[in-house]
Design a protein around this ligand. Structure first.
Ligand code: CUA
Length: 353
């Protein structure tokens, strides 16, 4: 046996270092692949799609370049010091006086380091100012309220409320006003902006702009409890006309569905447990603890980005919310996924476009 009382014997150590040497080329070969796997461009702060995000990406690259250059200089200096021919060791350790040249080099390094750090700080402060105040004219203010564990969006000028998915017009600055209903969350859509802390009893502001149409995924960036990891959102950037159509649609109360199953769901909803927490505008369902469902069928995802929106996933979510997202505040009511209530409610919600 190579091991003895749990201790690694020299022969085992030699074998493992030989193994390491053999595997090293393989590791170096797959390393670029592993690194590239992290380079999926969605939800990346280095793939900016608007001015605030571009500003952050620029600062990142500047700081990365400066830091890499400093690292290279430090390592080169260290290697030089290690390989330099040394004077033979003397018996006594007497203190040698520091000569003038060494003193000057030291002073230059200290001043240069201070100047670089101050420069980085100035860039950071300027960027923060740029991020927090929207350039005028802004199209509207989007209020973002963080909840455990979902996002409420209020279009302050038009009275539209939605959840987990908000639309914005392409190429126009949108002011963001952030708050929280419970604990501290952080609103972050990396391709569009920096992080905005959502703090109970306090309003923070910033702005975002998408220069290209698309769906931009965001994620809560501040640990906020059990389902912090399942607190995603989507910002959809539409061309101006399409956005106007969307906003007008969202402004309308819920339409009466044509589908017979959905009609059954509509009639049952206001007196169900669901209505205690959810609002569907235009109906008697007026709960205010959970996402507004007036146009839930038009959203791409449900449960804050956890499930793609589909009739099947709505059934799954209604009948077993804790199985999908354990710890969230939608209670498990022991509903049979094949029951008429679950199927008709899912049909109704799917029809709320
Ligand atoms: Cu909300 Cu983390």
């Amino acid at each position: 046996m190579a091991t003895n009382n749990g201790c690694v014997t020299p022969s085992a150590a030699t074998r493992s270092s030989a193994l390491l040497r053999r595997r090293l080329p393989l590791f170096l070969l797959v390393l670029p692949g592993l690194l590239a796997a992290g380079c999926d461009n969605t939800q990346s702060a280095l793939n900016p799609k608007g001015p605030p995000a571009a500003n952050i990406a620029m600062i990142w690259w500047i700081m990365f370049t400066i830091s890499a250059a400093i690292f290279a200089v430090v390592v080169a200096t260290l290697l030089y010091a290690l390989h330099r021919r040394r004077e033979p060791a003397t018996e006594t350790l007497e203190r040698r006086p520091v000569d003038r040249k060494t003193r000057t080099i030291g002073l230059v390094w200290v001043i240069a380091s201070g100047a670089i750090l101050l420069g980085m700080l100035a860039m950071d402060v300027r960027s923060n100012q740029f991020q927090s105040v929207a350039p005028s004219p802004v199209v509207f203010t989007l209020q973002v309220i963080g909840h455990d564990w979902w996002w409420e969006f209020n279009y302050l000028n038009s009275g539209v409320t939605t959840a987990n998915e908000a639309h914005i017009p392409v190429g126009r600055p949108v002011a963001i006003s952030g708050e929280s209903a419970d604990v501290i969350h952080s609103f972050w859509v990396p391709e569009l902006n920096g992080k905005l802390d959502l703090i109970p009893g306090h309003t923070n502001t910033m702005w975002m702009q998408a220069d290209y149409p698309g769906v931009y995924r965001g994620q809560c960036a501040e640990y906020c409890g059990d389902d912090h990891g399942l607190m995603a959102l989507h910002i959809v950037a539409d061309p101006a006309e399409q956005f106007a159509v969307w906003l007008n649609g969202q402004r309308q109360p819920a339409a009466t569905p044509q589908d017979p199953a959905a009609l059954v769901g509509m009639n049952g909803f206001p007196s169900s447990a669901c209505a205690g927490c959810h609002t569907i505008r235009g109906t008697k369902a007026g709960g205010n603890r959970a996402p507004d469902l007036t146009h839930v069928g038009s959203r791409r995802y449900i449960a804050a980005g956890t499930l793609e929106n589909s009739p099947e996933n709505l059934i799954r979510w209604i009948s077993d919310p804790q199985g999908v997202k354990q710890g969230n505040f939608m209670p498990y009511l022991g509903l049979d996924p094949n029951s008429e209530f679950v199927r008709s409610t899912a049909a109704y919600l799917w029809n709320l476009k």
